[in-house]
Ligand binder design. Sequence first.
Ligand SMILES: Nc1ncnc2c1ncn2[C@@H]1O[C@H](COP(=O)(O)OP(=O)(O)OP(=O)(O)O)[C@@H](O)[C@H]1O
Ligand SMILES: [Mg+2]
Length: 255
Amino acid sequence: MSLVWMEDGGDNKNLQPLPVIPEQPRIVLRAEGLTKIYPQVSGTGPGLELFRDLNLTVRAGEMVAIVGESGAGKSSLLHLLAALDKPTAGEVYCGQARLSEFSSRQASEFRNRDVGYVWQFHYLLPEFTAAENVAMPLLARGMSRPSALAKAANWLAEVGLKARGEHRSGELSGGEQQRVSLARALVTEPKILLADEPTGDLDTKTGETVFDLIQGLHQAHGLTSVLVTHNLDFAARCSRMLRLRNGALEDLAKS
Ligand SMILES: Nc1ncnc2c1ncn2[C@@H]1O[C@H](COP(=O)(O)OP(=O)(O)OP(=O)(O)O)[C@@H](O)[C@H]1O
Ligand SMILES: [Mg+2]
């Protein structure tokens, strides 16, 4: 433990060691008392409660893994963290901003500016080239097409797909498509990466490559990341592992 010395203010300087409490990195995302209940389609009945009073704090630079059974509500939680949906109760904060108060335009701007989102199903546009898919968020911001495509080319190189930019995304392998969607998530240089089972559809070796890539980009770009995965080995390689079960997040100790 490091020490600082405090003077007592008198002539007889009485130096006392004080423990220095290491400063915690700042909080980037905070969910407080989050409850999500999907109403019945009929509009009557109790609805489907996924979680109640859920709390989550994600600090700068952390890579938090969320695991849990299918249907536990992992994607729904990620949607709330990205302001893609509103909670039934509770709040998600990003810095001082309260996400539930965003208008739909503010939510879009927040996603375009601050969040890179990798979808469980990548949702690339198959008729467009890999480079065009990556450039989409920049074009949505109003960037010129040549500038957006130039940035997209850089990001395709970062994910190891320099030579594939002109291929239609529908022609690429599953692993390549997931790398394109990672480049699309990061092309806007967000501070937060939310990835929903980015390796879920891939074979073991390709999944390893994509996970290594995510981890490398997380570190290289100083991201704060939340990653949903069914793969406990990947989860154990994150800073923290949480399990969403019975509507609550439990800390899982890493072995
Ligand atoms: N928009 C919606 N309206 C009603 N119910 C929904 C909606 N979205 C999800 N659900 C339901 O909420 C539950 C949780 O879904 P969610 O997709 O969050 O689970 P998950 O943990 O991501 O599962 P998986 O591991 O299979 O991806 C499911 O029972 C699902 O059918
Ligand atoms: Mg899901």
